[in-house]
Design a protein around this ligand. Structure first.
Ligand code: NDP
Length: 271
């Protein structure tokens, strides 16, 4: 860790529980690489105490911003002074910057990180048809990012159909021409198939979609990072599909967070 002085910018991550978070290690390493005088520390805060903490953080002049994770991503939105269009549409924010005047400005990078990770792997979603399993927090953000990226069709399938319908309605509200439909467990006929559910985290979970309907020309992508090869990715591989794991979503998000929070080296600055 770099030496902390009175000049050091402080960043936080807000979560409950917090013991598992790895973002501070990764963003601290990035700031060290970039030669920035900053440090990210964990802020363990319960949902009841979130409003008081956020109000207090506005007063901390040395605060650069903070990352927001489970269970605070939705509740934080109403506590901020400003949020990006996509954070407002999704109704969640996972990164907040403190401006010099104390205003807290939020953005939502889950979906942008997912789509950015696909693009970095050479899988451009623009003009492609996408099947998305899930309608929870991650799937919501990913659905908006796919529509913003210009997919030709987005089919959403979720165990609780009403949640898929609600997501489709909010997408149609924000983007009246959004090519969105509700699907079944059958992902056939789509270029890109995404597991946006939490199915696959645990051994013995059922598959999030009907893998017998996959075909070799499809790309099958995952949000789950651990295990690296979930059961649906293994089934997709066996069907001859190209697979895309969950890790690039996080890697891309960390880069986007670093940009949003001003953690990069200043142009021309000596390291
Ligand atoms: P949520 O709890 O908000 O949503 C869970 C989703 O999974 C819902 O669509 C839910 O369906 C579905 N689901 C859960 N259990 C079942 C089941 N038994 N059968 C069918 N469907 C089920 O979780 P999140 O969206 O926040 O997270 C989902 C995953 O995304 C997690 O595994 C998380 O680790 C991962 N993630 C990865 C990130 C990365 O950077 N790679 C970033 C953020 C999240 P229903 O609506 O019917 O309950």
């Amino acid at each position: 860790l770099r030496e902390i002085t009175g000049h050091t910018k402080v960043y936080g991550i807000l979560a409950d529980p917090i013991h598992h978070v790895k973002t501070p290690q990764m963003l601290n390493a990035l700031m060290t690489r970039e030669g920035r005088d900053g440090v990210m520390v964990p802020f363990h805060v319960s949902p009841e105490e979130l409003p008081a903490l956020v109000k207090g953080l506005k007063a901390v002049k040395s605060l650069g911003g903070f990352v927001v994770t489970v269970p605070h991503k939705t509740a934080i939105v109403d506590l901020l002074d400003e949020v990006s269009d996509s954070a407002r549409r999704i109704g969640a924010s996972n990164v907040v910057r403190r401006e010099a005047d104390g205003r807290l400005v939020g953005d939502m990078l889950d979906g942008k990180g997912f789509v950015g990770g696909l693009i970095a792997a050479g899988i451009a979603p623009q003009g492609k048809s996408v099947y998305l399993a899930g309608a929870g927090g991650a799937a919501n953000a990913i659905a908006f990012a796919f529509v913003e990226a210009g997919v030709s069709r987005l089919t959403i399938a979720n165990r609780t159909r009403a949640k898929a319908e609600d997501l489709a309605a909010r997408l149609a509200d924000a983007f009246p021409d959004a090519p969105v439909e509700i699907g079944t467990s059958d992902p056939s006929g789509h270029d890109i198939v995404v597991n946006g559910t939490s199915l696959g985290l645990k051994d013995g979970d059922p598959l999030p979609l009907d893998a017998t309907r996959l075909s070799p020309e499809q790309v099958v992508a995952e949000v789950i990072m651990q295990p690296e090869e979930t059961a649906i990715l293994a089934a997709a591989k066996a069907k001859g599909c190209r697979t895309h794991p969950g890790k690039p979503m996080l890697a891309c998000q960390l880069e986007l967070m670093a940009d949003f929070l001003g953690m990069r080296a200043l142009p021309g600055a000596a390291r």
